[in-house]
Design a protein around this ligand. Structure first.
Ligand code: ZN
Length: 111
């Protein structure tokens, strides 16, 4: 069995991963990296239905065992398999260190 992919290894493999603000923290496709980090997740949600439409009425719920599919390469597994603890922090750190210091018009360094 290969060792489980860690957030650090995933980022080394897919350096284009970007930090995403929002609720899908530390989530990425283990197979293709999927820089946009868009996935499909099997959710549970209460819906309001009538003869014309279906409307979600409440929070979408899922957990680590829920089905999760990459919208880029269609690799699928569980949410747990797509979750890399500390990934967003690592990405943020990597992006900070890559960013050149901002130089203002007057030549001073922006903080
Ligand atoms: Zn993928």
């Amino acid at each position: 069995m290969p060792r489980k992919l860690t957030a650090k290894k995933l980022l080394a493999k897919f350096p284009k991963l970007e930090h995403k603000a929002g609720f899908l923290t530390d989530l990425a496709c283990p197979k293709c990296g999927n820089a946009d980090r868009t996935v499909k997740i099997d959710c549970k949600v209460i819906c309001k239905l009538d003869e014309h439409e279906t409307q979600p009425d409440g929070d979408y719920e899922w957990d680590g065992k829920s089905y999760c599919e990459c919208r880029e390469c269609h690799h699928y597994a569980t949410v747990k398999d797509f979750t890399f603890k500390g990934l967003d922090d690592l990405i943020a750190e990597a992006q900070d260190s890559q960013q050149p210091e901002g130089v203002c018009d007057d030549g001073s360094i922006a903080k």
